[in-house]
Design a protein around this ligand. Structure first.
Ligand SMILES: NC(=O)c1ccc[n+]([C@@H]2O[C@H](COP(=O)([O-])OP(=O)(O)OC[C@H]3O[C@@H](n4cnc5c(N)ncnc54)[C@H](OP(=O)(O)O)[C@@H]3O)[C@@H](O)[C@H]2O)c1
Length: 171
């Protein structure tokens, strides 16, 4: 089972501001959908609450991680620990015959899962916005296997690049 991060990161490491993303990238939404559809997606409670209308992402099993055992999220599965989220995601992926579990943020969740990730699907956002949530990776542990730069489309606030990293094999 591959653990895949799907994340958009600005050049200064910013991934969020005020529980939202400080850019508009319509093009990236399509890629996000393509990378996650039909898979279990794991997200922190704050990221879930940042989704438009707090509605779960369609055609994906939304696993929302919180320490609040009483938390309820319509249309999503609530997990109360890392291990709980992992077990739910694994069971769901096997039922769906999905080969991947997508970890979709935010920073707290990415940090906890980073050691377990096999592949990173990063949208490099070519901007340096102000923000309150940061995430960076140590490139020494990762091999870049694909990179495509795109100019901003009509509904994008900035240029961006799609970059794929695979974990560098340890010796
Ligand atoms: N650029 C991107 O690709 C991207 C992707 C996703 C999110 N974001 C941005 O990132 C920001 C949110 O990130 P964040 O780091 O503040 O929050 P987050 O990771 O989305 O959620 C943090 C919450 O997850 C729960 N949690 C974390 N670890 C847990 C564990 N081991 N067991 C149980 N619950 C656990 C806690 O919920 P409780 O407090 O309920 O206990 C914690 O407060 C927003 O600005 C969002 O827009 C950006």
């Amino acid at each position: 089972m591959e653990i895949v991060f799907v994340v958009a990161i600005a050049e200064n490491g910013v991934i969020g501001a005020g529980n939202a993303m400080p850019w508009r990238l319509k093009s990236d939404l399509a890629r996000f959908k393509a990378l996650t559809i039909g898979k279990p997606v794991i997200m922190g409670r704050k990221t879930f609450e940042s989704l438009p209308g707090r509605r779960p992402l369609s055609n994906r099993t939304n696993i929302v991680v919180t320490r609040d055992a009483a938390y309820r999220a319509a249309g999503a599965v609530v997990a109360t620990s890392f291990a709980d989220a992992e077990a739910v995601a694994l069971g769901d992926a096997l039922r769906r015959s999905a080969a991947e579990i997508a970890v979709i943020g935010g920073a707290e969740i990415f940090r906890q899962w980073l050691d377990r990730a096999d592949r990173l699907e990063i949208t490099e956002v070519h901007a340096r916005p102000d923000g309150d949530t940061h995430f960076t990776i140590d490139k020494a542990q990762w091999d870049e296997v694909a990179r495509v730069r795109h100019p901003a489309g009509p509904e994008d606030s900035t240029d961006f690049s799609y970059v794929t990293y695979r974990r560098r094999p340890s010796h």
